[in-house]
Design a protein around this ligand. Structure first.
Ligand SMILES: O=C(O)COP(=O)(O)O
Ligand SMILES: [Mg+2]
Length: 227
């Protein structure tokens, strides 16, 4: 039995259902560029690799965008930033039991956020959702050179907190979280309700898959017993 010393949480799709605010921002961007509207399901499948990739996916309609015009991309990104600044938070909700469980866990562990969302949207959203004060550290995609699935963000968190990576538990929703955790050597629990490009997260073989955030405290105890 060895307790974890810090719990790190992914944001979009793990703590917060943010697609409902990203959808109108993307569609305002698409409309301004004279392009076809996208659907909520497409946005849910395209989330997880950060803002630039999301925009490229919307512009091309492809999960793996091959050809896109870089001038159009730059204009699209400027537009998206402006529109998402307006919509961010208005429809985004914490998933079921997230506030209660985070409050409970925060009495036992320091908590952190590690998100591919840019900081300019992360901090206002956490404040708006009323959970920012629970986190000792917040790492965003633009704090490092490479976002998840690269392990940089997780390694930077461990170094900042002066903890071995194995003493930090990551909780995420996407294969990008699992790949980043595996590359860092960090244990990882996945929530199955989030955004994972339309695929089952079990395929990426996290240490545990949970269907609800409410199951997290018991799942953490289980992993600690096995350490
Ligand atoms: O911005 C994204 O694409 C996803 O953000 P996340 O890392 O919090 O899931
Ligand atoms: Mg996520």
């Amino acid at each position: 039995m060895r307790p974890f010393q810090l719990l790190a949480f992914d944001l979009d799709g793990t703590l917060a259902d943010s697609a409902p605010d990203i959808l109108p921002a993307l569609n305002q961007m698409m409309a301004t560029l004279g392009k076809e509207q996208v659907s909520l399901v497409q946005v849910q499948h395209w989330l997880g690799n950060g803002m630039a990739m999301l925009i490229k996916r919307a512009l091309t309609g492809q999960l793996d965008p091959e050809h896109f015009d870089s001038t159009e991309f730059n204009r699209a990104q400027q537009l998206f930033i402006g529109f998402y600044q307006q919509s961010n938070g208005s429809q985004t909700r914490l998933f079921d039991q997230v506030p209660e469980v985070l409050a409970q866990l925060s009495l036992l562990y320091p908590l952190a956020v590690v998100t591919n969302k840019p900081r300019q949207f992360t901090e206002p959203l956490l404040r708006h959702l009323g959970i920012q004060h629970l986190f000792k550290a917040i790492w965003c995609a633009d704090d490092v050179d490479k976002a998840k699935p690269d392990p940089q963000m997780l390694l930077a968190l461990a170094a900042q907190q002066q903890l071995p990576v194995t003493d930090i538990l990551l909780v995420g929703d996407s294969e990008n979280d699992i790949f980043a955790a595996r590359a860092a050597g960090m244990p990882v629990i996945a929530l199955s309700y989030g955004y994972n490009h339309g695929q089952s997260i079990a395929q990426s073989q996290p240490d545990l898959v949970l269907e609800s955030f409410s199951l997290l405290p018991d799942a953490i105890c289980c992993l600690e017993q096995e350490r």
